[in-house]
Design a protein around this ligand. Structure first.
Ligand code: KIV
Length: 288
């Protein structure tokens, strides 16, 4: 019991309680160091299977294996202390049956220490969402454009731009909510449909390419930092880290070729024969 008192992370029920309140802030994270940087600013961070495309150069999220999600998920948990960490279930790890979904989701939670999992799909996943939730696994849903279905959709296609598509997408969202998901990502849907879903479901909607009226927003961190060479229309570049990395690498290459790096500050001098170890001059910079 005493260990429970030390749990300070935001929880899935807390995120659930934010419905209709001030907007929920979230980003993806794939590494310990970016998790540490974003931790104070986000309510939850998602270890998204988009890491397959962003980090590993796959054309889609379909090839991403469960072990890779677990490895990145554990790194993000180690790098953060405050935000809820949600880990994506990759394609093929949960669709076959609710029992297989439970086995794999339990592995993700045990081996990463995350607080919730996310899975894609609407009405067809409702039974699985209920099964997992009843057995101690908080589930975030994902409706609208579901990237793992790219081969069925024939591309990453925006959803709900024709009125006749609305009823099915709305039903997906309601079924996910009623099955017990604590919130859901609404991705790549026409703006007025995203607003309507948000109004009609009882759990928070997290928009990406959706609407400012969603209960929260999420972006892929590398996309909003300007690191991804190609991004969808819904991405706003809040930073230009790609250009900054290139500038630093260009300068490094120039200094190595000019033999100006490493300088005296970055090499180890000999110690005086008589000096004790404790007298070694300390650098003002924090270095290992
Ligand atoms: O994998 C991912 O990054 C996601 C976000 C797009 C929500 O699912």
């Amino acid at each position: 019991m005493s260990a429970q008192n030390s749990i300070r992370r935001l929880t899935a029920p807390y995120i659930r309680s934010l419905k209709g309140g001030s907007p929920i802030v979230s980003l993806t994270a794939y590494h310990a160091h970016t998790a540490r940087i974003i931790d104070p600013y986000v309510d939850f961070m998602l270890v998204g299977d988009s890491l397959g495309m962003v980090m590993h150069g796959f054309e889609s999220t379909v090839p991403v294996p469960l072990d890779l999600m677990i490895m990145h998920g554990a790194a993000v948990v180690r790098g953060s202390t405050r935000a809820l960490v949600v880990v994506d279930m990759p394609f093929g790890s949960y669709e076959e049956s609710k029992e297989i979904a439970f086995r794999n989701a339990a592995r993700v939670m045990k081996e990463t220490g995350c607080g919730a999992i996310k899975l894609e799909g609407g009405s067809r996943m409702a039974e699985t969402i209920q099964y997992l939730t009843e057995r101690g696994i908080p589930v975030m849903g994902h409706v609208g454009l579901t990237p793992q279905a790219v081969n069925v959709m024939g591309g990453f296609k925006t959803q709900g731009r024709h009125k006749e598509e609305w009823a099915a997408i709305l039903k997906d969202a309601k079924d996910v909510s009623e099955a017990g998901a604590f919130s859901m990502v609404v991705e790549g849907v026409a703006e007025p449909l995203a607003a309507k879903i948000t109004k009609e479901v009882s759990v928070p909607t997290i928009g990406i390419g959706a609407s400012k009226d969603c209960d929260g927003q999420i972006l892929v961190l590398e996309d909003m930092l300007g690191l991804s060479p190609r991004v969808p229309k819904f991405v706003k570049e809040f930073g230009q880290i790609g250009a900054s990395i290139e500038g630093a690498v260009e300068l490094y290459a120039k200094e190595v070729r000019a033999r100006t790096f490493p300088s005296k500050d970055e090499v180890y001098e000999m110690l005086d024969e008589g000096a004790s170890k404790g007298t070694e001059k300390k650098s003002a910079r924090k270095k290992r």
